[in-house]
Structure formats: structure tokens, C-alpha cells
Ligand binder design. Structure first.
Ligand SMILES: NC(=O)C1=CN([C@@H]2O[C@H](COP(=O)(O)OP(=O)(O)OC[C@H]3O[C@@H](n4cnc5c(N)ncnc54)[C@H](OP(=O)(O)O)[C@@H]3O)[C@@H](O)[C@H]2O)C=CC1
Ligand SMILES: CC(=O)[C@@H](O)[C@H](O)COP(=O)(O)O
Ligand SMILES: [Mn+2]
Length: 387
């Protein structure tokens, strides 16, 4: 089967893995590439567009238009730049759109893609974290399917029996624990962005890697699961599983727990979404259980990883509190990467911003999400400046 595919964020970790899956499709499975988008990595974007014979290549950074145009001159590939061109790329008729842009920057183009009725392969977790109900309504009114790509949510999607939804008691998200799984809180105070980006199991973009170290990644994933699977906050558990082999689990009313396992390679989750409901043949490592020998599990230490409690607070509060948490987190993460604040300052800042901004209503439209995001960033910036 040939499907028309657009990749938002094709130059990133998810985008590159997506195109690798496409390149390995065989038999009757293939994709025609409609649009590819990147931001600053113009050389790679142009190379991908040529290699995959894309119809359109767009950089969301308007200052890079000339470079992209020059790189694709004579190729016959249409070129665009800037936020409007990004929305236009996302709105092109396609059967499936991979949402692989990092951060809230992925929200507007993914919503635009959803409204065309395309299936959305959702890697970008911030869409649901910041605009949960709004995003689900956009998917429902567009008529396309929402296919989770985040490895934990993809795992749950794989083991959630649709006709047994009434019997689901809990979902259990696994967390690797990141590079600081065993570090004391006082030692975490001195870590650098490079230390924090060194994920033990997964090769990913810089921001999600650092979020894994602070467990803000898991916090975002709890909120993502809350909306995606319509689960109350108390039915969403997190367990540390250092090997990242079990990607997540679903617990049923008869005591059964179903899990999805696999090597830590995003191509499995991406391939599951691109091929759904069929399974593709993929060149990922096969698990050798004799070599693995054991799988470990530990409770989360909430004192060392307070981001988990912030996620529960955001879910219980509802409304725009996911956007507040994420906006403050994105501002604090940028400040940490820039060397302006320490690792532990990030969670303190988000905590304080969430305490301060509690009055936003349920966002009726994307503008209200951006308003909450902006307020959270402004408040976070004030706290960062005062440190
Ligand atoms: N990487 C992974 O394994 C996983 C990622 N995710 C989620 O998927 C998303 C993407 O993550 P990942 O691939 O690691 O991130 P990367 O940083 O590797 O890639 C991000 C992509 O977004 C583009 N981009 C950056 N800034 C902007 C902007 N302001 N506007 C539009 N596009 C922009 C980048 O372009 P350029 O590089 O050209 O500047 C790049 O194509 C995140 O939400 C992450 O949480 C979820 C599960 C696993
Ligand atoms: C691959 C993926 O989905 C990441 O979100 C991954 O889960 C990060 O691992 P931890 O956040 O559990 O360290
Ligand atoms: Mn994940």
C-alpha cells in the first residue's frame, strides 16, 4: 500500500528515523513524500527532499529561505520558509503526517494537519500536554486517526484492547531514570547540560534527552497519557525500569498486565504508526532474552525527581495548566542549556510558575493556549533573571 506522508521536523531525531523507516519499506508498503520541514539544518533538509523526491521542502526559519532555495535550485521541489509556509506544508493533502517538531512550536502545524483529516503520527508530546482537549477535538473533527509514536504511548496503544477499555484499571509508564537515576540531589546541583544530555539508552534530540534527566519527559508523558487514553491522574503510574526494554504496560481488572517490549529504537514505534494496522518488516535489533538475563524495576524517588508530582498537580488542576507547566519548563530548559541556571533550578522555576499562574480557563482555541504559554515563559524569565 502506498500512502502520502508529510514529515514535520524531518531533520530531527524522529524525522530522520521516520525517513529511515520509509527507506526500508518493502513488499507492498511504500510512502510518497509530500512535504518535509526543518528549521536550521538546511543542508540535511535539502538532501532529504532530493533523496525522497519530496514535493515540498519548508524551513520554519524565514532567515534560511535563500539557502534552502539555492540548495534545491533546479530540483523541481517547491520551497517555502517561515511560520505560514510551515502551516501550509502541514495542510497539504496527505494520508499521514508525522508530528516530529520539538516543543510547543509543533502545536499549530500539527493542528493544521489534523484539520485536513490526515492520520497524525504523534511524536510531539507538547500538543497534548498544552492543548489536550482542543487537540483531541481537532483530530475528531478532522476525521483522521491519532497514532501515538512516543514509545510509552505507542506501547500502550499496542496492548490496549479496544473492546476491553472498560476493564482497564491503570497504565504503567516505564521511565529509564535517565543519566542521574542514582545521583543524589546534591550531586545533581552541579551537572552540566552535556552530562544531562547523555541518555543511557536512547539516542534522541537534545531537549528531550535533558528532559529525561530531570524526569520532565516523564511528567509530560503522564499528561500526554491522561488525554490520549482518557485516564484519571491516579490511574497513571510511573515505574523506573533502567533497561528501557518494557516500553509501558496496561493493567486490567482481572490482574493481568500486558506489556510491549522491544529494543530501545524509535523505528519500531514509528513503523507501527506508519504501517498501522499492519506491521512492517524493520531492521531493528531483536531482543535476546538470554543475554538480557534480567529486567529491573524501582519506585520513583519523588524527592530527587519532583517533576512527577508537578505533572499530577497539572492534571488535577486541568484547564491550561499543562501549557503553564510546559511553557515554564521550555523557558527553564533553554536557560539551563544556555548556562544561565543550574539543573535543579529548572524544577523549582516550574513549581513556582505553576503556583503563581492558576487562573487560566480551559482553552477554547489555540490563542488561549499560547496566552498561557506566554505568561508562563514571562514568569519563568522573571525568576531566572532574579537568580
Ligand atoms: N527523539 C526521540 O526519540 C523522541 C522524541 N519525542 C518527541 O518528538 C519531538 C521531536 O523530538 P526530537 O526528534 O528528539 O527533536 P530534535 O531536536 O532532534 O528535532 C526537532 C525538529 O524540530 C525542528 N525545529 C526545531 N525548532 C523548531 C521551530 N521553532 N519550529 C519548527 N521546527 C523546529 C528541528 O529542525 P532543525 O533540526 O532543522 O533545526 C528538527 O527537525 C519532541 O516533542 C520529543 O519530545 C518523543 C519520543 C521519542
Ligand atoms: C524514546 C522515548 O519515547 C523517550 O521519551 C524515552 O522514553 C525517554 O526515556 P526516559 O524519559 O524514560 O528516560
Ligand atoms: Mn517517551
Amino acid at each position: 500500500m502506498t500512502r502520502r506522508l508529510s514529515v514535520l521536523g524531518s531533520t530531527g531525531s524522529i524525522g530522520r528515523s521516520t525517513l529511515d523507516v520509509v527507506a526500508h519499506m518493502g513488499g507492498s508498503e511504500s510512502c510518497d513524500i509530500v512535504a518535509l520541514t526543518g528549521h536550521d539544518n538546511i543542508d540535511l533538509l535539502a538532501m532529504q527532499a532530493k533523496r525522497h523526491n519530496a514535493r515540498l521542502a519548508v524551513t520554519s526559519n524565514p532567515r534560511r529561505y535563500g539557502e534552502l532555495k539555492a540548495a534545491l535550485a533546479g530540483s523541481g521541489i517547491e520551497v517555502g520558509a517561515g511560520p505560514e509556509a510551515l502551516i501550509e506544508a502541514a495542510s497539504q493533502p496527505a494520508d499521514i503526517v508525522m508530528a516530529g517538531i520539538v516543543g510547543i512550536a509543533g502545536l499549530a502545524p500539527t493542528l493544521a494537519a489534523a484539520s485536513t483529516g490526515a492520520d497524525i503520527a504523534l511524536a510531539n508530546k507538547e500538543c497534548l500536554v498544552c492543548a489536550g482537549n482542543l487537540f483531541l477535538v481537532a483530530i475528531a473533527s478532522g476525521g483522521g486517526r491519532l497514532l501515538p509514536v512516543d514509545s510509552e504511548h505507542n506501547a500502550i496503544f499496542q496492548v490496549l484492547e479496544t473492546d476491553q477499555r472498560h476493564a482497564v484499571e491503570r497504565i504503567i509508564l516505564t521511565a529509564s531514570g535517565g543519566p542521574f537515576r542514582t545521583l543524589s540531589r546534591s550531586d545533581m546541583a552541579g551537572v552540566t547540560p552535556k552530562d544531562a544530555a547523555a541518555h543511557p539508552n536512547w539516542s534522541m534530540g537534545l531537549k528531550i534527552s535533558i528532559d529525561s534527566a530531570s524526569m520532565f519527559n516523564k511528567a509530560l508523558e503522564m499528561i500526554e497519557a491522561h488525554y490520549l487514553f482518557d485516564m484519571p491522574p491516579d490511574a497513571i503510574e510511573v515505574i523506573v525500569h533502567p533497561q528501557s526494554i518494557i516500553h509501558s504496560m496496561v493493567g486490567y481488572s482481572d490482574g493481568s498486565v500486558l506489556a510491549q517490549l522491544g529494543a530501545p529504537d524509535m523505528r519500531t514505534a514509528i513503523g507501527y504508526a506508519l504501517g498501522y494496522p499492519r506491521r512492517l518488516a524493520l531492521p531493528v535489533e531483536r531482543l535476546d532474552f538470554a543475554k538480557l538475563a534480567r529486567l529491573d524495576f524501582h519506585a520513583i524517588d519523588a524527592e530527587r525527581f519532583p517533576a512527577i508530582d508537578l505533572a499530577r498537580r497539572a492534571m488535577r488542576h486541568g484547564h491550561a495548566q499543562g501549557a503553564v507547566l510546559n511553557g515554564a519548563k521550555e523557558a527553564a530548559l533553554d536557560a539551563f542549556i544556555a548556562g544561565r541556571i543550574g539543573f535543579l533550578d529548572m524544577v523549582d522555576i516550574v513549581d513556582q510558575v505553576m503556583d503563581h499562574l492558576t487562573d487560566f480557563a480551559e482553552p477554547p482555541a489555540i490563542e488561549a493556549v499560547f496566552e498561557a504559554d506566554r505568561a508562563a515563559r514571562d514568569q519563568a524569565e522573571r525568576l531566572i533573571a532574579a537568580l
